[in-house]
Write a protein that binds this ligand. Structure first.
Ligand code: FAD
Length: 522
């Protein structure tokens, strides 16, 4: 997967009319790209920054039906998500983990109430279930999570859901598009739409963000998959367009694993603000979150507010015997949910459905909004079904239900941290033969190796130090301070591999350090 190859393809045939052109390289766009390319349509996906730079690298990392949506009575959404959970487990086992969650109960009615609810959740999973839920006594609950607060604990309910690595899945989906004959390009921003005399969309104007060169690219169908930015693209179509998205900010903090001993995650079904809160073990640390705060203007790098951080710390302290403090936070990250504008009578963002919506403008522009990572495949399928109708494309069936995603390995061993590369792992180890030094760990606090930097540049379209440290490795999210200390080594390795000058290295370190400041608590 080479960026230069994608650009060559765009430049080689300026008159080429792509079957499907996708704007946005997050979960939604990548899902649509995999669907389109694997059905055999000529496919191009353009991402203004890096793949998953937006919301898709900032999730809670759960592949879930959504226990909360069950409580809200959104049965069809839960059923759809549970089926997709099962399909992701089958198609990307290298990135999917079957995780046990405990709902701790501190009152007499909570345990039986959630035990019944989780039986319904089990039943809805059908043959794609991950394991049965069960009720635990208080002693059994303490055994599973030794550092829960014991006082007044009545018991707990265990249930299963999936966990994944969001940004790594995004990279693997981009590779899957590539392997199915499609083209993807990061740092390529769509700046306008091209229209014919009748006002129908016939392509996009786009800018290579590395060279500033402008392009006109023609396509039979254009899919707007820009998450919280869909309204910006809709305004390229019609300047008077009014917002259809209500961005809602969710914040997570990352703590040392000693705050949540054992392999279980905790799910708090109703915090003081009525939300669900998770504490989830991930890559040797613990992620705790999230909040649900409406925001006015979408940005690529949202900032966690002090109130959100304090709320998470306080709620975690209500359940964990070791209360986390600001100084314990290794990283804090914020993401924006692209929620469809609220239905009548629903004023709070946590009440807005997480279902997806596909709309078609009078100009033929297809916009996919809402949804969640878990249902990315189905969203892609629905978007391409629409594109077939609108673009007059030859009808071909969706093939992604049973299609392995790049990196697929049937029986994955989770020893060490390199398992996320799945079938690519032997090739990464093979890099040691080229240069023994690449075996070295970059920093003693995190397990990442120099070889991973080289791999990310050569095969995963990493262009900047941030791409490597935030989304190929997950250092920024796991331990932001340490990641800053890694930046110099990563920049030097990249500069050598990419034949960049010293000034490039210096600028990369400076830019990365600036971005990482928002992930560090002082
Ligand atoms: C806090 C939080 C926790 C979540 N947890 C979970 C979870 O545990 N499980 C789950 O299933 N879901 C979860 N979700 C939901 C899930 O993360 C999102 O639904 C999903 O990532 C949205 O993907 P997207 O592609 O629509 O948007 P994005 O990931 O934001 O992608 C849109 C992309 O479009 C690009 N773009 C914008 N404008 C242009 C342009 N003009 N040209 C080119 N590119 C452009 C952006 O740079 C961006 O990369 C969570 C969401 C949040 C906020």
């Amino acid at each position: 997967m080479k960026r230069s190859r994608s650009i060559k393809q765009i430049e080689k045939k300026p008159d080429l009319v792509w079957d499907v052109l996708i704007v946005g390289g997050g979960a939604t766009g990548l899902g649509a790209g995999v669907d389109a390319a694997s059905r055999g349509y000529s496919t191009l996906l353009l991402e203004q920054h890096d793949f998953a730079k937006g919301t898709s690298s900032r999730s809670t990392k759960l592949v879930h039906g959504g226990v909360r949506y069950l409580a809200q009575g959104d049965i069809s959404l839960v059923l759809e998500a549970l089926e997709e959970r099962g399909l992701l487990r089958q198609n990307a086992p290298h990135l999917f983990k079957n995780l046990k969650f405990i709902i701790p109960s501190y009152d007499w009615w909570g345990g039986p109430f959630y035990a019944v609810g989780m039986k319904v959740y089990d039943m809805m999973s059908g043959k794609l279930d991950l394991g049965k839920s069960e009720y635990l006594s208080s002693d059994e609950t303490m055994e599973a999570i030794p550092n829960l607060i014991k006082e007044d604990l009545k018991g707990g309910v265990v249930y299963h859901d999936g966990q994944f690595d969001d940004a790594r899945l995004a990279v693997n989906l981009a590779q899957t598009i590539n392997e199915n004959g499609g083209f993807v390009c990061n740092y390529f921003r769509v700046t306008g739409l091209m229209k014919d005399a009748e006002g129908m969309v016939i392509g996009v104007k786009a800018q290579d963000m590395e060279t500033d060169k402008m392009y006109k690219i023609r396509a039979k169908t254009v899919i707007n998959a820009t998450g919280v930015f869909v309204d910006e693209v809709l305004r390229m179509d019609k300047s008077s367009h009014r917002d259809t998205i209500v961005p809602s900010q969710g914040v997570h903090i990352v703590l040392d694993k000693s705050f949540l001993k054992g392999d279980y995650a905790i799910m708090i079904p109703k915090t003081s603000d009525g939300r669900v809160l998770f504490a989830v073990p991930w890559h040797g640390k613990v992620i705790v979150g999230t909040t649900d705060t409406p925001v006015k203007n979408p940005v690529l790098e949202p900032i966690a507010q002090d109130e959100e951080i304090d709320f998470i710390l306080k709620t975690a302290a209500d359940y964990l015997s070791k209360s986390p403090k600001r100084s314990d936070v290794l990283s804090v990250f914020a993401g924006l949910r692209p929620l469809a504008a609220p239905e009548k009578g629903k004023t709070e963002t946590k009440e807005i459905s997480r279902g997806h919506k596909i709309s078609v403008s009078l100009s033929g522009l297809i916009t996919v909004s809402g949804g969640k990572w878990t249902t990315y495949r189905k969203m892609g399928q629905d978007a391409i079904d629409k594109a077939i109708l609108l673009g007059g494309l030859e009808k071909k069936p969706c093939v992604t239900h049973q299609m392995p995603i790049h990196g697929y390995v049937k029986n994955i061993s989770r020893k060490g941290h390199l398992y996320v590369y799945g079938s690519d792992l032997p090739k990464i180890l093979g890099l040691f033969e080229e240069n023994q030094e690449w075996k070295d760990q970059i920093h003693p606090n995190l397990p990442y190796l120099k070889a991973e930097v080289i791999w990310a540049i050569r095969n995963e379209m990493a262009r900047t130090v941030e791409d490597v440290l935030a989304r190929r490795m997950r250092a920024l999210f796991l331990d932001a301070r340490t990641s800053v200390e890694m930046a110099e080594t990563v920049a030097e390795l990249m500069a050598k591999e990419m034949h960049q000058k010293y000034s490039w290295t210096k600028k990369q370190i400076k830019d990365y350090t600036k971005v990482a400041q928002a992930y560090i608590l002082y």
